[in-house]
Write a protein of this length. Structure first.
Length: 305
């Protein structure tokens, strides 16, 4: 009996791919998010690390970041359909990292959704591109996942209206988390989506970013009037949602500059600047040393003026 059950269970898994077991969390009136794991992408988490959020705009949904695969996008949509059965008319991609936009092809196939994105999406990828997630997950879990172009490139500040929602899509113009990040602000709802410029509950990955640019972008984000802030990773959406990122980057900058001033060389920087006060935060082991080393490289010729 047990053998029979486990065999049919395995067959079900094989037939449908990774089961994300998704539960949308309401973060504000008309807005639901699927919060990713504060882990590196793996077969065990199905590559679900980035937050993916739906805004109910009355006649359709607006989606901020479509997640890691076609299969993931399909499952988020099925969960949202239970709340209200609306099409997805609009997708906004915050940046080019693959955990944020590999689900686009599901929505394009099903609804011909209009995709807004930073220019890096159309410049750096073709239909043949295979970002890292294709290596991490099994091919059946990446089935139907296609790299597709964005319809509208945002290079400045773009105001759009979708259904009953007004949105500002704002390009950062200077390297922050990547060379090309978008944030999304809903002035009437006072909700801000920052993509990965802000993370909480985990250490950030600054491999494509800038410590100085991120600190400037955080200042810009703080200048908007918001009550809810949805980070690219992490579940804190309150007034304190950006404190962790700001604190980490500010201390990193101060400590690296002090170490440089004291004559520390590249080979020793990760021994001198340890950031130990963050060691209990998720992904510290995986990401902190690299962040310290990259920050040194960025700041070694930095002049505050
Ligand atoms: Zn990212």
């Amino acid at each position: 009996m047990f053998k029979k059950i486990s065999l049919s269970f395995l067959l079900a898994i094989y037939a449908f791919g990774f089961d994300y077991n998704l539960k949308p969390q309401k973060v504000s009136e008309d807005i639901w998010c699927f919060f990713g794991k504060t882990e590196v992408p793996s077969k065990d988490n199905g590559g679900f690390m980035a937050n993916s959020c739906y805004i109910n705009a009355k006649d359709s949904y607006i989606l901020i970041d479509s997640g890691t695969s076609y299969n993931f996008a399909k499952q988020t949509y099925e969960a949202m359909k239970k709340i209200e059965d609306l099409k997805v008319s609009t997708i906004i991609v915050t940046h080019e990292h693959d955990d944020h936009w590999m689900g686009n092809s599901f929505y394009k196939d099903k609804f011909n959704s209009k995709i807004y994105a930073p220019k890096s999406i159309n410049e750096n990828y073709t239909a043949e591109s295979k970002p890292r997630i294709f290596e991490i997950l099994d091919s059946k879990d990446m089935e139907n996942t296609k790299i597709i172009k964005a319809d509208e490139i945002v290079v400045d500040e773009t105001n759009i209206q979708v259904g009953n929602k007004d949105l500002k899509i704002i390009a950062m113009k200077e390297k922050a988390h990547t060379s090309d990040d978008l944030i999304v602000y809903l002035p009437n709802e006072k909700v801000m989506f920052t993509g990965d410029i802000v993370m909480n509950g985990r250490i950030t990955s600054n491999r494509d970013g800038s410590i100085i640019g991120t600190l400037k972008a955080l200042e810009k984000i703080e200048s908007y009037d918001w009550n809810t802030l949805v980070a690219g990773h992490g579940t804190n959406t309150t007034k304190t949602a950006l404190d962790h990122t700001k604190n980490y980057f500010s201390l990193l900058k101060t400590r690296i500059l002090e170490a440089i001033e004291a004559g520390t060389m590249a080979d020793d920087i990760t021994k001198i600047v340890t950031m130990d006060d963050f060691k209990d935060i998720a992904m510290f082991e995986e990401l902190n040393s690299r962040n310290v080393f990259d920050a040194f490289r960025e700041l070694e010729f930095y002049d505050e003026d």
